[in-house]
Design a protein around this ligand. Structure first.
Ligand code: WTA
Length: 647
């Protein structure tokens, strides 16, 4: 593999206090050889109520996966993110909020953050929320989303943030699965000048017959007219109006859950990954500091959404644990137009920008517009996350956004890993566009073939992680067995990531994408099984198969093959109704890009759909179908090729 190399030494911005490559290697080895000593020391970056005496206690045996870190220590995550900074940073800005409309913004100091979080924490207590109870947060990108997360953490409630782009059904599924008693939401979510109804979506979710655990809905007024609420609903401002601005933080065990976050897998419904308090926060704090080489006083912007793990770890928990100034952006990078990102960077003098390749590609397709009317002089580092970055997008980001001054840290990780795992460290790691480079401290990646044999040196295979790290998810909510099955049964005693990966002669890792039936659409994780089960619930659909295909901006697009119920007339209106159905049933992010009707789907004689064929046709590579002799009816394939939509 030949790739261009961008040595750190060549960048104009010098990260003076960064580790050298030699220092990284020594420290990395000690993190692997002596995890108890290494993490025992790192754990001290947090304030503990009762210090831990044990550090690592983990087992990856599939029938009994057990991951515990700092297990006899106690702490409170919200006081680590807020209270301990107050003696020195009460007036410093914790959150800079940039509204959807340019010109609307707000700065929240650490003192204000403390007061707002405590008021809401007291409000939640008034509603009867206790340690261990689950709270759904379905919010726009406003500071109140962070207050809500931290208020839960303060009283020991377990939050489950549901991305504000999800539909009522998806909310209902998550409410039921985690047995939540309270929902925190807003009247509207403003995105690109359009208000989207959040409260209405929650109401529709709660109307579903099988949802009966929710006792209260807290509604933040995000600018819509204030109307009277139903009995079980309360305006946020009313709830907190008489609440005290102090709230004693609950003492939590390091292994008490902090949050449940749902993500898609290759089968079944989304699973609620459980992250706990101590190890997760150590991981969030350390990765945020070391990868970005964050220095106090800098303004840092992770342009993700709090509905995803990236928002949890790198908008809220990591930066706030480090006393950083973190930016929250309510809108979209292309509104009012592509210049917005640069303007926000200049306005708030942002030093670090962390975003997804799909956002970069969306800006890129308007040429240089994104670089107009801004200098971006304050920037010293760029980051990406969520999907492989193609070299063109990397170059554009490097040249047009970073003006060739800034390194790009390409961070590979997952909802399950809690924080970044394979990543350059700013000022330390030489870069190769498209490679996530080398493992973070404590991470032991390896490549295996399909039989589980470990591959050495330059190789390509499935990516596994050989031992536990503190930020790892501990379980799937309510289904620990599925946790073992999903991640620890493909290969013995290791964590299987679901990603394919190459390693080059320098030991650099290059993620090639998912090897399972998980799609990555605009950096959003979607399971083909989830979309298929939504499709077959449409009254005219008999059978559905969903595959991904290469898409210039989204990375992957959603290609759907459908067989109709017999006697159905295929019309453009029908196709539209299927598309709208999925949008409404799951989420607009799951909207099919292409829908092809077919009298049948290619199946083996045992009735299994041959997705390999469908993927090739969707990618317009039908000349590379390979062996189709095992098909029950090969003529189905001719029809599918003839009527293919991606030409
Ligand atoms: C993909 C997002 C290549 C990968 C934090 C992984 C990446 C999935 C990268 C997890 C990267 C994430 N390069 N691929 N830098 N980062 N991925 O759970 O396929 O939403 O398995 O977590 O995104 O997506 P998730």
């Amino acid at each position: 593999m030949t790739a261009s190399l961008y040595p750190v030494a060549d960048f104009e911005y010098k990260h003076d206090n960064a580790l050298s490559m030699e220092e990284y290697k020594v420290l990395y080895q000690s993190s692997i050889n002596h995890p108890n000593e290494f993490w025992g020391e790192q754990g001290l970056r947090l304030d503990w109520m009762k210090p831990y005496t044990k550090v690592k206690n983990t087992s990856f045996k599939k029938d009994n996966v057990s991951v515990k870190w700092f297990e006899d220590g106690t702490l409170n995550v919200s006081s680590n993110c807020i209270d301990r900074h107050l003696p020195t940073r009460a007036k410093d800005t914790a959150i800079i909020w940039e509204g959807d409309s340019p010109g609307v913004d707000k700065r929240v100091s650490y003192q204000e953050l403390h007061d707002e979080v405590c008021k809401l924490a007291n409000g939640l207590k008034k509603l009867g929320v206790k340690k261990g109870d689950r709270v759904i947060i379905y919010m726009p990108m406003v500071p109140q989303a962070a207050y809500a997360m931290l208020a839960c953490a303060r009283i020991g409630a377990v939050h489950s943030v549901v991305f504000a782009g999800f539909s009522p059904n998806a909310i209902a599924d998550r409410i039921i699965d985690c047995g939540a008693s309270v929902v925190i939401t807003a009247d509207v979510n403003k995105r690109g000048g359009k208000p989207l109804p959040l409260k209405e979506n929650v109401e529709e979710a709660l109307e579903r017959e099988d949802v009966n655990c929710i006792q209260h809905t807290v509604v933040f007024n995000n600018g819509a007219p204030i109307n009277p609420l139903a009995n079980t609903q309360v305006w946020w401002h009313d709830l907190v109006s008489n609440c005290a601005m102090t709230c004693e933080p609950e003492e939590m065990n390091a292994e008490d859950p902090l949050f449940v976050l749902y993500t898609s897998g290759s089968t079944g419904k989304p699973k609620g990954l459980v992250h706990t308090s101590g190890g997760y926060l150590v991981w969030a704090s350390m990765t945020h500091e070391k990868i970005f080489n964050y220095k106090p006083g800098e303004v840092y912007w992770c342009a993700a959404d709090v509905g995803w793990i990236t928002g949890h770890t790198y908008i809220v928990y990591g930066p706030l644990a480090n006393g950083a100034t973190t930016v929250m952006f309510e809108g979209v990078p292309t509104y009012p137009d592509e210049r917005r990102i640069g303007q926000i960077i200049d306005k708030h003098q942002i030093s670090i920008l962390y975003t997804a390749p799909t956002a970069i590609r969306a800006l890129m397709c308007k040429g240089d517009l994104a670089a107009q009317d801004s200098t971006r002089d304050s920037l010293r580092l760029l980051g990406t996350v969520g999907e492989p970055i193609n070299p063109e997008a990397w170059q554009w980001y490097y040249e047009k956004v970073g003006e060739k001054k800034c390194q790009i840290v390409d961070t590979w990780w997952q909802t399950e890993t809690g924080g970044a795992m394979i990543t350059p460290l700013a000022g330390t790691t030489d870069l190769k566009p498209g490679s996530a480079t080398l493992p973070f401290f404590g991470v032991q990646p390896a490549l295996v073939d399909s039989d589980g044999n470990e591959l050495e040196g330059e190789a390509e295979g499935n990516l596994i992680i050989k031992d536990s790290w503190p930020g790892q998810a501990r379980s799937i909510h309510g289904d620990h067995e599925r946790y073992g099955q999903t991640y620890f049964s493909a290969y013995d005693n290791v964590y299987f990531t679901g990603d394919g990966c190459k390693r080059d002669a320098d030991g650099y890792y290059w993620i090639t994408g998912r090897v399972d039936d998980v799609l990555n659409v605009s950096g959003h994780r979607l399971g083909t099984a989830e979309i298929e089960s939504s499709l077959v619930a449409h009254e005219k659909v008999a059978e559905a198969a969903v595959v991904g295909y290469p898409h210039d901006i989204k990375g992957q697009g959603i290609y759907v093959y459908l067989t109709p119920i017999s006697g159905t007339e295929i019309t453009p209106e029908l196709t539209k109704s299927v598309r709208d159905w999925v949008r409404h049933d799951l989420s607009p992010i799951a909207t099919p890009d292409m829908i092809q009707w077919s009298p049948g789907l290619p199946k083996t004689r045992s009735g299994k759909i041959m997705r390999r064929i469908l993927r090739k046709v969707a990618a317009n590579e039908h000349d590379q179908l390979g062996d189709i002799s095992t098909l029950a009816d090969p003529s189905v394939v001719d029809n599918i090729i003839e009527n293919r939509l991606n030409k």
